[in-house]
Design a protein around this ligand. Structure first.
Ligand SMILES: Cc1ncc(COP(=O)(O)O)c(C=O)c1O
Ligand SMILES: N[C@@H](CCCC[NH3+])C(=O)O
Length: 423
């Protein structure tokens, strides 16, 4: 008999395989989780999220006095995740009114919330003001003018703002998630940023605290972060530098992203050496906080041989758009033979009416059977966040697992939910 495989480092903290070969997540048997909660389902290992939040905070605390780690909540916007990370004492970045509502419901102190958006509406700005959001990041001159009007009208005093700069620095990542290049929809180029800075400084309604930049997501090299800091150094002297997020994670066994420590060291040393001491550094990790904590469970519905072996499961691009949008690669295992030697290379495909709906192209699995539970790791970031109702799919539940206890924190949608918004 072939030797049992080891699970790779992409799985959540504490993941094991028991003596029967079952995948154990947060102390819970994945086969049982699928039976109890149905599939598809997102399972989140709570300790994994906590450990990464603490690693970010500790890495900064070891290197600087004045810093803030903020959760880029677009990666996983559900109340339970907000509550979990608010409990870790970090801040929160929201990308619009919906995320702001969830962050407040999840218990984030408004003063620790930063509002982003390249096309914020007046309603969203008013909502942020009424809630008492700590920082608004200005992304354009229209944004600046609109916020001035809102602040002038509400009489609540000046709003603390950052100006988002597009530094013309490109990190290596998929074009769809690269933001630091000059031709970007986000932020202001260096010349326009200088104008926005002057206008914000002159405005009685705005309190300019510093600059923001975010060069892109799923970055596996650190040098571009330093280049970005260098690029904005000439814009003036500010208290706060929010350097965005962007730290990549391992989706497959061959990927070795920088550690959280090395990432923080790269950013802190860039600020200290290129901008001088005494700056307040803000970091906005999204993916690196929550991606590896999440595992999606599916059930195999069909298997057929059409040149390739096509293994069809009960989810797909409605719960994980990343393979289709970015060509993202994932691993898969069978939950009841999690450490068994692979015997087949298959196309793990979703159930949607689209040929691009392939979750893993070339999944190495033991011989799969209809009814098997398949687990795909690293779905904690931008999975639930980008889930949708394509083909009337019902968005999956989110199940937190911790020390052998499973708790449903988001229920599965129902057909009633699909009808609910129809007039
Ligand atoms: C402004 C901003 N901050 C933070 C993030 C978080 O990025 P990541 O999930 O790559 O850490 C993003 C998304 O890329 C972003 O747009
Ligand atoms: N949705 C993207 C990340 C977007 C980053 C947000 N600025 C992904 O899944 O990789």
């Amino acid at each position: 008999m072939a030797a049992a495989q080891q699970l790779s480092h992409v799985w959540p903290l504490g993941t094991t395989v028991d003596e029967r070969g079952h995948l154990i997540l947060g102390g819970c048997d994945a086969v049982e989780l699928a039976r109890e909660h149905g599939t598809p389902a997102y399972v989140v290992v709570v300790d994994d999220v906590r450990a990464r939040a603490r690693a970010f905070v500790q890495a900064f605390a070891a290197r600087c006095d004045d810093f803030e780690v903020t959760f880029a909540s677009k990666a996983f916007p559900c109340t339970a995740v907000y509550r979990l990370l608010a409990g870790e004492g970090i801040g929160c970045d929201v990308a619009g009114g919906g995320e702001l509502a969830l962050a407040l419901r999840g218990g984030f102190e408004p003063a620790r919330i930063t509002l982003h958006g390249n096309a914020k509406s007046e309603d969203e700005l008013r909502f942020a003001r009424e809630a008492g959001v700590g920082t608004v990041v200005l992304d354009s001159l229209h944004d600046l003018e609109r916020l001035e009007r809102v602040v002038a009208a509400d009489g609540r005093g000046p709003q603390t703002v950052l100006v988002r700069v597009t530094p013309d620095v490109r990190g290596e990542t998929h074009a769809g998630i690269s933001t630091g290049q000059a031709d970007s929809k986000f932020g202001l180029g260096l010349a326009a940023a200088a104008d926005a800075i002057a206008r914000a400084q002159a405005s009685p309604h705005l309190q300019l605290d510093g600059l923001h930049l975010h060069i892109g997501s799923q970055l596996l090299e650190l040098a571009p972060f330093r280049e970005a800091v260098r690029a904005i150094a000439g814009l003036g002297d500010f208290r706060t530098y929010n350097l965005g997020g962007g730290l990549g994670v391992a989706y497959t066994a061959d990927q070795r992203p920088p550690s959280i420590e090395d990432y923080v060291e790269a950013k802190v040393s860039a600020v200290r050496e290129l901008l001088g001491p005494g700056r307040r550094i803000v970091d906005e990790p999204g993916r690196a906080l929550v991606a590896n904590a999440g595992v999606t469970l599916y059930t195999v519905e069909t298997i057929k041989q059409n040149v390739s072996t096509w293994v069809g499961v009960d989810g797909g691009m409605s719960d994980n758009l990343r393979p289709m949008l970015y060509g993202a690669r994932y691993e898969a295992v069978l939950a009841d033979r999690a450490a068994a030697e692979p015997q087949a290379t298959v196309k793990l495909t979703g159930k949607h009416c689209e040929s691009s709906d392939v979750i893993v192209d070339g999944a190495a699995l033991p011989t799969p059977h209809v009814g098997d539970v398949v687990a795909t790791p690293v779905t904690g970031a931008y999975g639930h966040a980008m889930a949708n109702n394509y083909n009337g799919a019902l968005r999956p539940p989110i199940v937190f697992v911790e020390r052998g206890e499973a708790t449903v924190v988001v229920r599965r949608e129902t057909y009633e939910d699909l009808y609910a918004r129809d007039c």
